[in-house]
Ligand binder design. Structure first.
Ligand code: SF4
Length: 349
């Protein structure tokens, strides 16, 4: 099987699913044969639950086929884990990763498009994928700050009431049944369309047939590990004092800096949300985090329904070169929140 590389980046596209169906690939066989797609599926789910992304830590290891096939296997794994928080976090992570890829694809300049062989999604394809082709019209021709008009019914179908006042219709200049949105707002709506596509039908019943039972048995160890990881995450210390002088070195470096990578901004925001801080407080005290995405990051990270993302562990921080100036205490912990809890306790003593 040599899939369209676009399907490897967007495996939830209908055409990607059909390509898998056409190839007549049996997930039980992939699992029992130890196919690399199964290992990538394990990573996909683990990264989704622990780090809020399904991007691989070692992308060079995986072919387009592995990427594409890992998606249906990841859905089987999430269904077997069968915890609401797992389903929600998995769908959020798929949607976030797709959102990042989509932004990169849609913002690529003509030069990028010519110089990079990897196929990129274009807006028309993505709108058609989610039956929005007739609901979205481009306004003007400013390539850097595009505006769109979105049919009000489609807008209301996708907007979540938790997104904040600026998304309420009363705060939009509704005209002729259409809502004006900026380019990045349209991407946010598309992210939501992806999330809903991913969550649709999850969890499903894997068992109930001989093949399903065999599959569940073959993945049993993976499911147990994922459940344990989720439980571990829930056992992270809860510290509700805010003492920046006790923050771990990585967080101090990030919050004292003036230009954060997307991963460092996510990690620092997740750390502060774990301490119970809201977006306004974060923006006021740490202006370096006060960018266009802060409200959105906090909304995703906040614990509204038990599906809170944990702040990234030290291992994840190291992977993204965000573990900065580790000190002696760092040698005794595996998570920035554990560092902070220990530092606060020691200062109290
Ligand atoms: S070891 Fe952990 S807590 Fe210490 S600086 Fe690195 S990421 Fe931060």
């Amino acid at each position: 099987m040599r899939p369209d590389p676009l399907y490897a980046r967007y495996p939830f596209f209908r055409a990607a699913r059909e390509a898998v169906q056409r190839a007549d690939i049996s997930p039980p066989r992939l699992v029992t044969q130890g196919d690399p797609a199964v290992e990538r599926a394990r990573e996909r789910v683990e990264r989704a639950l622990m780090s809020g992304t399904v991007e691989s830590e070692t992308p060079e290891r995986w072919s387009d086929r592995d990427e594409l096939l890992s998606y249906p296997i990841a859905r089987i794994l999430v269904s077997l884990v069968d915890m609401r928080a797992a389903v929600e976090k998995y769908a959020e992570a798929e949607a976030d990763t797709a959102h990042e890829r989509l932004q990169a694809d849609l913002n690529a300049s003509d030069d990028d498009l010519q110089s990079v062989s990897r196929p990129r999604a274009d807006l028309d394809t993505v709108l058609a994928e989610f039956d929005l082709a007739d609901a979205v019209t481009r306004e003007g021709d400013d390539a850097h700050h595009p505006w769109f008009r979105v049919d009000v019914a489609a807008y209301l179908r996708l907007v979540d009431t938790d997104w904040g006042d600026e998304w309420r219709l009363v705060n939009r200049e509704l005209a002729a049944g259409e809502v004006p949105v900026r380019g990045e707002e349209l991407h946010r709506l598309l992210r939501e369309a992806v999330r809903r596509r991913v969550v649709d039908g999850l969890p499903f019943d894997v068992r109930g047939s001989a093949a399903g039972d065999e599959l569940a048995a073959a993945l049993d160890d993976d499911v147990t590990t994922l459940r344990e990881r989720l439980a571990d995450r829930d056992r992270l210390p809860s510290v509700d004092v805010v003492a920046p002088e006790q923050f771990p070195p990585c967080m101090q470096a990030a919050l004292d800096g003036d230009d954060l990578s997307a991963h460092a901004a996510f990690a620092a925001t997740a750390f502060l949300v774990s301490l119970g801080l809201d977006a306004d407080t974060i923006a006021q005290r740490w202006p370096v985090l006060d960018d266009d995405s802060l409200d959105y990051r906090v909304a995703v990270l906040e614990d509204k329904d038990g599906s809170q993302y944990p702040a990234p562990s030290c291992t994840t921080m190291q992977t993204f070169d965000a573990c900065v100036n580790p000190d002696e205490r760092c040698e005794t912990i595996d998570h920035p929140l554990r560092y902070y809890a220990a530092a606060v306790a020691e200062a109290d003593d």
